[in-house]
Write a protein that binds this ligand. Structure first.
Ligand SMILES: C[S@@+](CC[C@H](N)C(=O)[O-])C[C@H]1O[C@@H](n2cnc3c(N)ncnc32)[C@H](O)[C@@H]1O
Length: 286
């Protein structure tokens, strides 16, 4: 159940590879375009992870890190931030998750909102952010952070109005441990989209062995009036004891020109992770 979930158990899998490379690119792209940016990470988890404890590392980010594709210019914001977190030393010993990437990529005028259901994850995140702040920022040069401990399906609808008129990105990255999560995230995205029409919303979703992603897509198509896009990567048909066999990102209100630039990221990840029975897609939500 959700209160047992520990992101460290899955850190560095192909799901993180897709999510974090795209996120770092988008943050850099939006940062160049906007004087001030809002970034909301509703499922932030604990921030920075020890690679030694990351079981899925070698088949995920480890594979990407040692590939020629890692040198692609679109991956530079992500790669440089990972290196920065490791004080530019290789081999890497730690890995920044989504809130740590955003904290290191954004500026003092930007506003960051980090939430997690679990107090233990959020407390660890606060500790990591403090460490990053001490290592990389002088006084007042770090982005401003607001922390929320609790269910994002409650605090996001109560907070989203504050961001009206401001440009920014919401990343939702739930663990999908309950079947109802798929519809729930779609409904919360719809509420946030209405309260914060300027916001660009990004949702990570899994293709688990028992694939329930269709529930998410059906609800999104029913409730969200605008054309959403998806970047979808199924790496293989599931083995008997498989878990994550693919994943994707859903984009709501991300400028088409920005979306169109990201095809090479998917192409590069496909060449690394996709097995003979996999498939991929990037385009308007089918
Ligand atoms: C997949 S992890 C997030 C990883 C992080 N986004 C990253 O990329 O580094 C999912 C997190 O969501 C949290 N969570 C689960 N249900 C939640 C809810 N309803 N509201 C807020 N956080 C939730 C879990 O405690 C867990 O830490």
């Amino acid at each position: 159940m959700t209160d047992q979930y520990r992101h460290i158990q899955h850190v560095g899998d192909h799901g993180d590879a897709l999510k974090h490379t795209v996120l770092a690119h988008l943050l850099t792209r939006f940062r160049a375009e906007h004087q001030q940016l809002y970034f909301i990470d509703s499922h932030a988890a604990s921030g920075v992870y020890s690679i030694a404890a990351a079981q899925d590392w070698s088949s995920g980010i480890g594979k990407l890190w040692s590939s020629a594709f890692c040198e692609h210019p679109l991956l530079a914001p992500w790669k440089n931030t990972v290196l920065r977190c490791n004080q530019h030393h290789t081999p890497l010993h730690c890995y920044p998750g989504s809130p740590a990437l955003a904290f290191l990529l954004l500026r003092s005028q930007d506003q960051l909102y980090f939430g997690d259901l679990q107090a233990t994850e959020l407390n660890q995140l606060k500790y990591c952010i403090k460490e990053l702040e001490n290592s990389f920022f002088t006084s007042d040069s770090a982005p401003k952070i607001h922390f929320y401990q609790g269910d994002c399906h409650t605090w996001l609808p109560n907070t989203a109005q504050q961001w009206q008129g401001k440009p920014g990105i919401l990343l939702m990255d739930p663990p999908y441990e309950q079947e109802t999560d798929y519809e729930k995230v779609a409904l919360t995205l719809n509420t946030v989209h209405h309260l914060w029409p300027e916001g660009s919303l990004i949702l990570w979703y899994p293709h688990y062995k028992e694939d329930l992603s269709f529930k998410l897509f059906n609800t999104i198509k029913q409730v969200i009036p605008m054309q959403c896009w998806q970047m979808d990567l199924v790496v293989r048909k599931p083995f008997p004891n498989d878990r994550l066999v693919g994943c994707g990102l859903l984009f709501i209100n991300v400028p088409p020109v920005v979306l169109s630039e990201m095809q090479p990221i998917l192409d590069g990840l496909v060449s690394l992770f996709m097995e003979y029975s996999g498939h991929c897609f990037f385009g308007p939500l089918k």
